[in-house]
Design a protein around this ligand. Structure first.
Ligand SMILES: Cc1cc2nc3c(=O)[nH]c(=O)nc-3n(C[C@H](O)[C@H](O)[C@H](O)COP(=O)(O)O)c2cc1C
Length: 209
């Protein structure tokens, strides 16, 4: 039997991507996002218009998509209440967001120079995709669908099937954001500040102790 619902959240489970972009002053911004999907050598990113990342993508036309593994949930969660936008937009301030200039430092992550684009990679992410912005489409009233093309991919050696240009799907354990909660290998792996900010009615999730 199915129940007809006016579903409040449609985040069924997508990989967490840390998007690094270049700020106007040359410093780096880093933001977690998960409304992302890939086709051929392109990716579509669903980004809120008020995020610093969107502003940077529109101006600089490049980024790095750093794919987080399930064991990186704690670092991603540290980034969750932060924005590189100053002043902090009212709607974000109401959800407890605060400005942070050094997102890499705040999350204990290491910047690594990219080869084809200005924003740095996240050294801890096993898969890093340097990208160029191809097009930006208005989406969902207050968001943008940013179409990017992968210009250089980097994969940790242990995840590459020897002698090929393919990722080993058994070895790769992506961090999945499901209804604002963090999952890896089908299990809830870490408490989520995003779920807290959104006041999600979940029960039995990983506890913050
Ligand atoms: C796990 C996770 C997934 C998120 N997914 C998205 C997303 O798909 N699109 C988006 O616009 N924001 C998403 N956010 C919220 C952004 O990270 C948030 O707006 C952040 O302030 C952006 O940083 P910035 O303003 O410095 O760009 C997500 C946050 C977390 C923790």
């Amino acid at each position: 039997m199915h129940v007809g619902l006016d579903l409040k959240v449609l985040y069924f489970g997508t990989p967490v991507v840390l998007v690094s972009t270049r700020n106007a002053d040359g410093s780096a911004n880093l933001a977690p996002m998960s409304s992302a999907w890939w086709l051929k050598q392109s990716c579509m990113l669903g980004m809120g218009n008020r995020s610093k990342t969107t502003e940077n993508l529109l101006r600089e036309r490049e980024c790095v998509l750093n794919l987080a593994s399930a064991d990186m949930a704690a670092s991603v969660d540290l980034l969750a209440p932060l924005t590189g936008a100053r002043p902090v937009p009212e709607t974000k301030a109401a959800k407890g967001y605060r400005f942070e200039a050094d997102k890499f430092g705040a999350a204990g992550l290491t910047p690594q120079a990219s080869e084809r684009v200005a924003p740095p990679r996240v050294a801890e992410c096993p898969i890093q995709l340097e990208c160029a912005v191809e097009a930006v489409h208005a989406f969902a009233e207050t968001a943008s669908a940013v179409e990017v093309r992968v210009v250089r991919a980097h994969v940790e050696e242990r995840l590459v099937i020897p002698g090929t240009d393919h990722v080993d799907p058994v070895g790769w354990d992506p961090l999945i954001m499901k209804f604002c909660e963090f999952f890896g290998g089908g299990a809830n792996v870490h408490p989520s500040r995003l779920a807290e900010a959104w006041r999600m009615p979940h029960q039995g999730m990983a506890s913050s102790g």
